[in-house]
Design a protein around this ligand. Structure first.
Ligand code: NAP
Length: 291
């Protein structure tokens, strides 16, 4: 007799394109774990209450949560981890016999590939583009692990970003200055530049161009670290320009795998076979690029 399969899944809207099923099913297969990870597209946030009632009744083992529900799920959970509570956003839920706990592994997943550069970031200015959920996770990671002097937050709508920071429930522990993303001149003085917008994503028409820092401005240089959260393509226009300028580059796939590794551990108690999983994802992304 085979052991019953436990179900894990991604809660989001129109998220069929996600790499999370590939990541977690590959890991479970490699470790012979009795889990299956699938996608749950939820059309409207008013369906979340029913979704969680059903999840408890059916014993769904856990979820990832993505756009647009990372904040919306919070009221339905029984408790939050310290990280999730800090930014009131959840990307991982564990169902322990009907008790739902929300975690945020984006924070540690974002921080992981930057930890080797901790000393060079401490006391320096960092630039962060975007003011959505991923940017909030980066801000929390900066405050928890890196202690920079200041964050320059580059956005297209400063008023909206101001309101968001006020309303996010995020307790500001670091000086944050809001800047306009169409004037990135100040990034020249930043030790680290992070893209937390979708600009540069394959197949997306970004209108104003496909990189946050137009190469003709020549703002990037060899003393900088450039981190693009976008992982498809693996080598984004921003990373290409940064490498050309001699900067250190970090691809979004590091964060993608980093957050997944931590979610996987929370659900299964097992260490994800990261090298093999990353290989599978990179192969899939490269395969799609050829189509
Ligand atoms: P989000 O909540 O939708 O926020 C996106 C942010 O980008 C918003 O501040 C938005 O500005 C800004 N933005 C969008 N298009 C823009 C443009 N053309 N010019 C200037 N700003 C623009 O999304 P998110 O969850 O934060 O994710 C952001 C990106 O990070 C996505 O591409 C996502 O795939 C990636 N991500 C990667 C990982 C990983 O593991 N590597 C994890 C999380 C997210 P407005 O507020 O003005 O719309």
């Amino acid at each position: 007799m085979t052991k019953a399969i436990k179900i894990l899944g991604l809660l989001g809207r129109a998220v069929d394109y996600s790499y999370s099923p590939l990541i977690h099913n590959t890991a479970c297969k490699l470790l012979s774990l009795p889990y299956y990870y699938t996608v749950f597209n939820i059309a409207e946030s008013n369906l979340l209450a029913d979704a969680f009632r059903g999840a408890k009744a059916l014993g769904i083992a856990g979820f990832n949560v993505t756009i647009p529900y990372k904040k919306e799920v919070v009221p339905f959970l029984d408790e939050l981890s310290r990280e999730a509570a800090a930014i009131q956003a959840v990307n991982t839920i564990v169902n322990n016999n009907g008790k739902l706990t929300g975690h945020n592994t984006d924070i540690a997943g974002f921080a992981a590939p930057l930890l080797p550069y901790r000393e060079s970031i401490k006391g320096r200015t960092v630039a962060l583009f975007g003011a959505g959920g991923a940017a909030l996770a980066a801000i929390e990671a900066f405050s928890e692990f890196f202690d920079p002097k200041e964050i320059l937050l580059f956005v297209r709508d400063p008023k909206k970003a101001e309101t968001l920071l006020e309303k996010s429930g995020y307790e500001q522990k670091l000086p944050i200055t809001i800047m306009r993303s169409d004037d990135p001149e100040k990034t020249r003085e930043c030790q680290l530049i992070v893209n937390a917008t979708p600009i540069g994503t394959r197949g997306r028409d970004n209108g104003a161009g496909n990189t946050i820092i137009p190469p003709e401005l020549a703002l990037l240089h060899r003393d900088q670290i450039v981190y693009d959260m976008v992982y498809n393509p693996l080598d984004t226009p921003l990373l290409q320009a940064a490498r050309l300028a001699g900067a250190t580059t970090i691809s979004g796939i590091e964060m993608l795998i980093g957050q997944a590794e931590r979610s996987f551990f929370l659900w299964t108690g097992m260490k994800m076979p990261v090298t093999a999983v990353k290989q599978a994802v990179m192969q899939e992304i490269e395969q799609q690029a050829k189509q």
